[in-house]
Design a protein around this ligand. Sequence first.
Ligand code: ZN
Ligand code: ZN
Length: 390
Amino acid sequence: MEKRDYYEVLEVEKTATAEEIKKAYRKKAIQYHPDKNPGDKTAEEKFKEAAEAYDVLSNPDKRARYDQFGHAGLGGAAGNGGPFGGFSGGMSMDDIFSMFGDIFGGHSGGGFGGFGGFGGGGGTQQRRYRGSDLRVKVKLNLKEISTGVEKKFKLKKYVPCTHCHGTGAEGDGGAETCPTCNGSGTVIRNQQTILGTMQTRTTCPTCGGEGKIIKNKCKECAGEGIVYGEEVVTVKIPKGVAEGMQLSMGGKGNAGKHNGVPGDLLILIEEEQDPNLIRDENDLIYNLLLSFPTAALGGAVEIPTIDGKVKVKIDSGTQPGKVLRLRGKGLPNVNGYGTGDLLVNISVYIPETLSKDEKKALEEMETSDNFKPNTSIKEKIFKKFRSLFD
Ligand SMILES: [Zn+2]
Ligand SMILES: [Zn+2]
């Protein structure tokens, strides 16, 4: 099924504030709440859809990625496993209800910090630790941006402890069922919400939701299941990225405690300044300074592009302020929508010093009709200048 636009799902504007988004979600959650629509599959789907939209739009980081790349920015939808992969996927009903404390102003039950979604599936209630996300910056030149590039990172990060294989226990049988929750990882609490009293499950305070406690802790990792180490990660950066964009690689962040869910690796893109070319979204701009005779007589000049120099023909009588457009010589669009152009902005160099002969020759030209500025061209240049301020 085609995923709907999250703003459409919550019926809010793209510019909606956090408060507006919360309000819109609250409305949808009440409308489609399973308690109000028993057995109604469509309502349940809408309930889940709204929760997913809220999950993304209420998180500034996810929202920014969604605004920039759409569903693809969160992975999952496209299923490409590429650089944008790694969104945790759909939400379970339990995830949705655990969000409610925050939305409806009830107490949240606490203890959710540091945990990811429910691990493993299979109907268990135990939670798994989630490793934190790692951030790296990568500086790219225009050539790398135009073709896409593979970058290797040597990451200092938490990795599973090899001594205990991530369990945190020394030797065999170190983990015991938690006596507080009998291994379920949760305890039941009554919670007051605007829908009335709801019985909610909250994380067990004794075991932190894992359902197990470790008696005999691993000596290498002090029972954490993770140690500080190193990993080399290769990141495929798609073509067309720009300064400030962030890619995410699911599962390449810090390892989670006790064989939990690893965090994500977030890659922040930085752009190296090019000595010749200025970037304007997918277009590139080059400022060409022509000699006065070439502008007047015409000729051929070399223009730097990402793929090396190209020869460009200059017509006789070329005016400063004229812009040549070299189609397709810009940068590819990050979403695959074509390639930008290279815009060559023409200026004309006027000699700063003149020899006696040159001076004499120019003085003769000064009185020639051909050298008097043409009014229509004057207007054309001024119009162009004005348009810069529109
Ligand atoms: Zn260990
Ligand atoms: Zn417990």
